[in-house]
Design a protein around this ligand. Structure first.
Ligand SMILES: Nc1nc2c(ncn2[C@@H]2O[C@H](COP(=O)(O)OP(=O)(O)OP(=O)(O)O)[C@@H](O)[C@H]2O)c(=O)[nH]1
Ligand SMILES: [Mg+2]
Length: 258
């Protein structure tokens, strides 16, 4: 399974920096709020933790509301997306900043590709942090100084081993793990099953990818569909929301049991 060296290094660094931060802001993907807690949350157990359900433009609106209602029973939470006004997240940060402190230091954490660096850029109004479509863009920790508030951008983290097939499949569907790294076919087919249930698609995975590849013109020698390329681009298209808004984690009551 995909677990690049920078992730274990990032976990060590995050632990080192914990003493220097006041609050943790965990960025979840609104399409899979449970799957995107697939890292050692207990690292943050004695800190104030805020949650942001990001990429809320790609998830089902009804579930956005249900998730906010459930998570707010344990922690402050908002939905957010890069399409929304930055004032929403600035206000959230301000509300939960420790007013008595001269400055508030907030560590931004989450699994790869949930939009941590994008949020930091949006709040700062500048392109200070590197962002990108593939997971694993941020490699080191970086303070972004916003005057009274300092945000610490961190690389996406994950459990070193993802044992749960559904969690791994959902992380694939939202682009938190690179499709090229998923060599287990049962994860791929489970991810397709979750996706096809959402859209009520009856084709088998092979049929669907075949047609997807034809439509996109992903042809190999001899005019046959380049299955590998079509499969990889299909998962990237799902992660980018090209098939419409959908929420993959629907069991909000599991939040308390995680
Ligand atoms: N649709 C949508 N896309 C977003 C949103 N926020 C970020 N993205 C996209 O998601 C991708 C990942 O964003 P990053 O900000 O690099 O994510 P990250 O969490 O810093 O990723 P790592 O550093 O790799 O862990 C980029 O292509 C962003 O443009 C959002 O609210 N909605
Ligand atoms: Mg980043």
């Amino acid at each position: 399974m995909w677990y690049p060296g920078h992730i274990s290094k990032a976990k060590r660094k995050i632990k080192e920096y914990l003493k220097a931060v006041d609050t943790i802001m965990i960025i979840l993907d609104a399409r899979a709020p449970l799957a995107t807690t697939a890292f050692e949350e207990n690292i943050f157990s004695n800190k104030d933790v805020l949650f942001v359900l990001n990429k809320a433009d790609l998830s089902d609106e009804t579930y956005n509301n249900l998730w906010v209602k459930e998570i707010s029973k344990t922690n402050p939470v908002i939905t957010f997306s890069k399409k929304e006004s930055v004032e929403k997240i600035k206000k959230f940060i301000k509300t939960y900043s420790k007013e008595k402190l001269k400055e508030t230091r907030i560590l931004i954490a989450g699994v790869p590709n949930v939009g941590k660096s994008s949020i930091i850029n949006k709040v700062s109004g500048r392109k200070l942090a590197k962002t990108g479509m593939a997971p694993g863009i941020t490699r080191g920790l970086q303070w972004i100084n916003l005057g009274k508030v300092k945000l610490l951008d961190t690389p996406g983290i994950l459990y070193s081993k993802l044992f749960n097939k559904d969690v791994t499949a959902k992380l694939l569907l939202i682009g938190s793990i690179p499709v090229e790294s998923v060599d287990k076919y049962d994860i791929i087919t489970r991810a397709y099953e979750i996706f096809s249930n959402e859209l009520n698609i009856k084709e088998t995975f092979e049929e669907f990818i075949e047609n997807f590849g034809k439509k996109r013109g992903y042809l190999a020698k001899g005019g046959l569909v380049d299955f590998e390329r079509a499969k990889n681009n299909f998962f990237k298209a799902v992660a980018e929301g090209k098939f419409g808004r959908m929420t993959f984690d629907k069991e909000v009551q599991l939040w308390m049991q995680r």
